[in-house]
Write a protein that binds this ligand. Structure first.
Ligand code: FAD
Length: 539
């Protein structure tokens, strides 16, 4: 029996929240809320953050997991956005190298495709320049022969070659949790499963009514400023100035061997960092590879592949033993909680992949896992889903109420910095300068042991760690967001069974609670993607 007392910890959090007053109350524990909490706490403010579900439950655990400037935005002429995101990509690589693996992208080009190689060659050169000439690796142009060596199964008819450029792979939910842990160390009071029901103005700020989703208890939190960072839920409060265009994006996880991608012999390559593979050797904290702190050059790191589909692009991203195929971009009007992968999403993604790799014959039987997320884009009233700007929005419709929405995972740190500057103005205080671009996200080797792009090995020790240090209350929290076992392991249902026993020991569940957790978790497993009669996934 463990000495860990989650109910007592929870009670203490409720007491701290009620004790207030806080300088800032952040609504939403996605990447944006986490970034704001970290920055504000590091600048000496009293911070509380409430998340209605688990941390990273919303969009921030359902992304393409890329830290990128956005080559596609370059094609749309959004140079400012690319410059901003490219700078942030490098900053994240500096402060969180364990969650920013440089990754080469190979973009094959075809005759009459709308993405000519000469144009892309200029594009990727510009892309590197917008990184201040210091991208994570140099872009270049590839001949047909070079492309065939890397992608032996690629359709060659009409192939004119490829371009290659660099971005970084991350693990989105881990980025949120590690950011929150840093905020917590700096003094922020954080609560998942704590929903903000409503808020009203008082003489010296705001009073929010919140409800503990674990116990049903309600409490009041007072704060001088509210930062509203609710992602796709940003329209729920009457105070909010945000109008969203919500679009859905789906990703599928496949076995890595289903599409052959070989290492690019000319590329800088780095091993994916995570507890599954050997952790990077460090010497008293000194990075093993001085050029790329925390990352080891690897002989077998393979590039991601960019598949053009009209004016859109779809990625095939290597992730350890898996491949991530995504994403779609379609308008979404349903409830945020109900977003899920539909047969037409599966059909679209498999058809794009099969069009480029005809011998792979990918079918729905190849899908090991999937996720669907909602992009909280700022409503502009025009354009298709993929044309909407990914720029962010910070507005203060009422004194002491700050809305922050839109943006990208990659730019969250910058969004947070700008929001906290705004908080300082509302408080009428000169705040210390922002330090988040320089302070590492992790503080100890112990933290680094449990966080990375690949999931940690399955063990009772891991489960104990995530319960005692990372606010894990449910099986889903563990399987989907703390570890990613759900998306990566060949038989996640079996692991869930084992993990539920360990969680029961840590969290004091009854047999009935354990069964309820397992039943809830099973709903997240991929459904059989039964195609309608006569449907084919071939292009
Ligand atoms: C398919 C897809 C792929 C993407 N890929 C990338 C990518 O590769 N790279 C990139 O840079 N960006 C990417 N993005 C964009 C990026 O994911 C988002 O911009 C970012 O995650 C938004 O974070 P957020 O914190 O604003 O929202 P969220 O992560 O949704 O967080 C908002 C949180 O607020 C909580 N909340 C809502 N209401 C309340 C309440 N009343 N009380 C308490 N809590 C509340 C929600 O539960 C939620 O957890 C992608 C997005 C999608 C959908």
């Amino acid at each position: 029996m463990s000495n860990f007392r989650p109910a007592e910890i929870r009670r203490a959090i409720r007491q701290e929240l009620s004790a207030g007053p806080f300088d800032v109350l952040v609504i939403g524990g996605g990447i944006v809320g986490a970034g704001v909490a970290r920055d504000a706490a590091l600048r000496g403010l009293r911070v509380a953050l409430c998340e209605q579900d688990d941390f990273a439950f919303g969009t921030s655990s359902r992304t393409s997991r890329l830290l990128h400037g956005g080559l596609r935005y370059l094609a749309q002429g959004r140079l400012g956005l690319v410059y901003e995101a490219s700078r942030e990509k490098r900053i994240l690589h500096r402060i969180a190298p364990h969650l920013a693996q440089p990754l080469e992208f190979v973009f094959p080009t075809y005759r009459r495709s709308g993405w000519p190689r000469w144009q892309l060659a200029i594009g990727v050169t510009l892309y590197d320049l917008l990184c201040g000439g210091r991208n994570l690796g140099p872009s270049r142009v590839l001949s047909c022969e070079q492309v065939r060596q890397i992608l032996p199964g690629l359709r060659t008819e009409g192939l004119t070659g490829a371009v290659a450029y660099y971005d970084a792979l991350t693990q989105d939910a881990r980025l949120v949790v590690d950011t929150l842990r840093s905020a917590h160390r700096a003094g922020a009071v954080l609560a998942n499963y704590m929903k903000v029901l409503q808020a009203h103005r008082t003489a010296d700020g705001w009073q929010a009514e919140v409800q503990d989703q674990q116990t049903g208890q309600t409490l009041e939190i007072s704060a001088r400023v509210i930062v509203h960072a609710a992602g796709p839920w940003a329209e729920q409060f009457p105070q909010s100035s945000v109008r969203l265009r919500r679009t859905k994006g789906v990703h599928l996880v496949l076995d890595r061997r289903r599409v052959e991608i070989r290492p690019d012999p000319a590329a800088l390559s780095y091993a994916v960092v995570g507890a599954c593979c050997s952790p990077p050797a460090t010497n008293g904290g000194a990075p093993a590879d001085a050029r790329q702190p925390g990352l080891l050059p690897s002989a077998d790191a393979c590039p991601a592949v960019v598949l053009a589909e009209g004016s859109r692009i779809v990625f095939l991203i290597p992730w350890g033993d898996r491949l991530i195929l995504g994403t779609t971009d379609t308008d979404y009007t349903g409830p945020n909680e109900a977003v899920c992968t539909q047969p037409e999403d599966v059909r679209y993604l498999l058809a794009v992949a099969n069009q480029y790799f005809p011998d792979a014959h990918l079918t729905e039987a190849d899908i090991l896992a999937d996720w669907a997320g909602i992009r909280p884009l700022i409503y502009t009233g025009r354009g298709g889903p993929s044309d909407i700007s990914r720029a962010h929005w910070i507005r203060s419709p009422e004194p002491g109420w700050i809305d922050v929405a839109g943006g990208k995972l990659t730019t969250y740190r910058l969004m947070a910095e700008q929001v906290v500057d705004e908080v300082g103005r509302h408080l009428g205080r000169r705040l210390p300068p922002c330090r988040t671009a320089h302070l590492p996200l992790l503080e100890s080797a112990e933290e680094a042991r449990w966080s990375g792009i690949l999931p940690p090995p399955v063990s009772a020790e891991a489960v104990q760690y995530f319960c005692q240090h990372e606010w894990t209350y449910h099986l889903d929290d563990l399987m989907l967001r703390r570890t990613g076992w759900h998306y990566y392991l060949p038989d996640p249902a079996r692991t869930a069974q084992e993990a539920a026993c360990w969680l029961a020991q840590q969290l004091g569940w009854t047999a009935q609670q354990q069964q309820a957790e397992l039943a809830h978790y099973r709903e997240t497993l991929p459904k059989p993607w039964a195609p309608s009669p006569g449907t084919t996934f071939e292009p």
